[in-house]
Design a protein around this ligand. Structure first.
Ligand SMILES: [Zn+2]
Length: 271
């Protein structure tokens, strides 16, 4: 089935490009969701906990400094374990989206397991008064059953698939679902997410800064929306928060961006 690009009116304020800064606040959930073997790995878990406990504050300060909104995809487990993180995100006026409960990859779950993960995540965010309209699958893995469940549970948009670099319409059990695509190259984790056993790059931030700004310039030329995906446990490290500051400054000097939440972008999309 062909993917249909979404149609947008002019961006607000005469902006040339819509920029969605998004943050997945995985905390310990990404490691716990991999299985019980990680429950006693205190260093690994603490590396995750750095995200909501420390990195998030840096991100919120940076967003406040620039006066721009962002979207935070929060696993239910993080919301339950670090409720103050969700409170701080909401108090600053940002959007909270669904990112599973224990960050279990959808491809490893049967439909009942996927439903349980989705409903537990909804319940956890609901305890903060949030009914998320957007979903991002843990680990960016999505199955046909997930799409059907997202339609059934009344989600309006998803940010997990990559068939276009423009927002497009996906079909979730017959219901149109707006896809706000990301990409691994526009995510901090492949560059900076080093862990023992998994490895990683610990890349040079200057190289990533160039890639992210080049993609911004391409999006500006196309007049499209662009999504950056980050994790407070990675980009919330001091040296990487400085990189993000340079990227945002570069966007403001190289064009006229509209920094928007996924909800704000989705609200403008038509077929
Ligand atoms: Zn995640």
């Amino acid at each position: 089935m062909a993917d249909t690009p979404a149609v947008f009116p002019a961006w607000p304020g005469g902006a040339e490009v819509a920029v969605a800064l998004t943050f997945d606040v995985d905390g310990e959930s990404a490691w716990l969701g991999e299985g019980q073997q990680n429950e006693r790995r205190l260093t690994l878990l603490s590396q995750g906990r750095f995200g909501p406990a420390r990195g998030l504050g840096r991100i919120l300060d940076l967003l406040a400094e620039f006066g721009v909104p962002a979207t935070f995809y929060v696993p239910g487990h993080t919301a339950d374990q670090q409720p103050g993180a969700v409170t701080a995100i909401l108090a600053a006026g940002h959007e909270v989206g669904h990112h599973g409960y224990l960050h279990r990859g959808t491809d490893a779950l049967d439909p009942a397991g996927q439903r349980a993960e989705l409903e537990a995540g909804l319940a956890a965010l609901g305890r903060h008064g949030v009914r998320p309209a957007g979903y991002r699958s843990p680990g960016w893995e999505l199955t046909p059953e997930t799409l059907a469940l997202l339609g059934e549970l009344d989600f309006s948009y998803d940010s997990s698939l990559m068939a276009d670099d423009r927002p497009y319409w996906e079909h979730s059990g017959g219901t149109p679902l707006l896809e706000l695509p990301g990409h691994w190259s526009l995510c901090d984790w492949p560059y900076f997410g080093w862990t023992p056993y998994y490895g990683g790059l610990l890349a040079d931030p200057a190289a990533v800064e160039r890639i992210w700004l080049d993609e911004f310039m391409s999006a500006r030329q196309d007049g499209r929306a662009i999504t950056y995906t980050m994790h407070p446990e990675a980009v919330g490290r001091g040296y990487l928060a400085l990189m993000l500051r340079r990227v945002m400054t570069g966007m403001l000097s190289g064009g006229n961006p509209w920094f928007a939440t996924h909800a704000q972008i989705a609200a403008l999309a038509t077929r």
